[in-house]
Design a protein around this ligand. Structure first.
Ligand SMILES: O=C(O)CCC(=O)C(=O)O
Ligand SMILES: [Fe+2]
Length: 345
């Protein structure tokens, strides 16, 4: 560490009170001494308490059976989510055009992201209805244990097992971060066993004493772990460790099209590796906010000028910084493409 990097110390401290998760990027989170004193354990514990308190407020609007299923399992799965005519119209819009997109490669997997800014939603009414589906949003908020609005985009995952380097880091079963946070998928085609389905460990969203102990152990060594995502705070878990935590092995979410899956990705999950080339397209939501917020409102992303624009604003900032010599964004613009077109080179 250079003396100059200590100028960042106030940011590291703020990060501890927020979403910072990377022991590698934030040396306070990576400090063996602080973690031996219980820094990570404390953040995980307090975040879980806040999440439970916020969920008590957010749960009232849910269908009681769906809420109970989520509380038990950490995810919800709804088949035939959209009415048939709306779903057909949605597919027509999504697969019928070409949209400004970005791509990120992770080993043999390329993830294509198609943002959905207001002008695009205005021109595609079925997409607009699906993105703003109240039933989906209520579930996403509950799973994230947060109020406010998620970001939404079209995601296509293109996997080619012949590609080198082979490893798709998302195929290692993991937790995205140290606190409740949600992702949701409305699958736009059937996803079978060999189509690289999402997989999930039911019940692993709960902070049990065993999980807390495992989190503590991870926090002592994560900063030096060779698995870069693990060292960045998305802890990877092996099958034998799951057993020790009294958890089942992951379940493959093989689903017919028009199935919505909403998950708390503090739970263990991943992407099943596929033996063949696969293309999986979905409407995809992310919701992650500061885990230490006592309230469920006050989300800047819900402000009129920002709603549905958060992702574009984020890319605008990244592009601006990159042009001025800042970090190169992993999300490369690929221009206007069909959502399920082959990978751009
Ligand atoms: O795409 C998937 O099936 C899951 C990937 C994953 O781990 C994630 O999006 O957090
Ligand atoms: Fe993940």
């Amino acid at each position: 560490m250079t003396p100059l990097s200590y100028l960042k110390a106030p940011l590291w401290i703020l990060g501890i009170a927020g979403t910072d998760k990377s022991p590698r990027k934030n040396p306070l989170l990576g400090s063996k001494r602080l973690n031996r004193w219980g820094l990570h354990r404390m953040r995980v514990t307090i975040a879980a308490r806040f999440a439970a308190a916020r969920r008590r407020r957010l749960g009232a609007v849910l269908d009681p059976a769906e809420r109970a299923f989520f509380d038990e399992n950490g995810y919800v799965l709804i088949q035939d989510f959209l009415p048939e005519d709306l779903y057909r119209a949605l597919k027509g819009e999504v697969f019928g055009g070409a949209f400004q997109s970005r791509e990120m490669r992770q080993g043999q997997a390329v993830t294509r992201m198609t943002p959905l800014p207001p002008h695009l939603l205005a021109a595609n009414p079925a997409l607009e209805k699906a993105v703003h589906s109240v039933r989906a949003l209520d579930l996403i908020r509950y799973a994230a244990s947060q109020g406010g609005v998620p970001i939404c985009f079209i995601q296509t995952v293109l996997v080619d097992p012949g590609e080198e380097p082979a490893k798709d880091p998302q195929s290692d079963v993991h937790a995205d971060t140290f606190h409740a946070t949600s992702k949701a998928w409305l699958f736009l085609q059937d996803v079978g066993e060999d189509d690289g389905p999402f997989c999930f460990v039911p019940g692993s969203h709960r902070l049990t004493p065993e999980r807390l102990k495992w989190e503590y152990q991870c926090s002592l060594t994560a900063a030096e772990d060779p698995r870069s995502h693990h060292a960045s705070g998305s802890f990877r878990i092996r099958p034998d460790e799951l057993e020790k935590l009294n958890l089942p092995q992951p379940v493959k979410m093989t689903v017919p099209e028009n199935t919505l899956v909403v998950a708390d990705t503090f739970a263990f999950h991943g992407r099943t590796p596929s033996p063949k080339r696969t293309v999986r397209t979905e409407l995809h939501w992310h919701m992650r906010r500061n885990p230490f917020l006592p309230w469920t409102g006050l989300d800047v992303k819900a402000l009129p000028g920002i709603r549905d624009r958060a992702l574009m604003l984020n890319f605008a900032v990244e592009d601006f910084l990159e042009k001025r010599g800042g970090a190169r964004s992993v999300w490369r613009p690929v221009g206007k493409v069909a959502v399920n077109s082959p990978v751009s080179r």
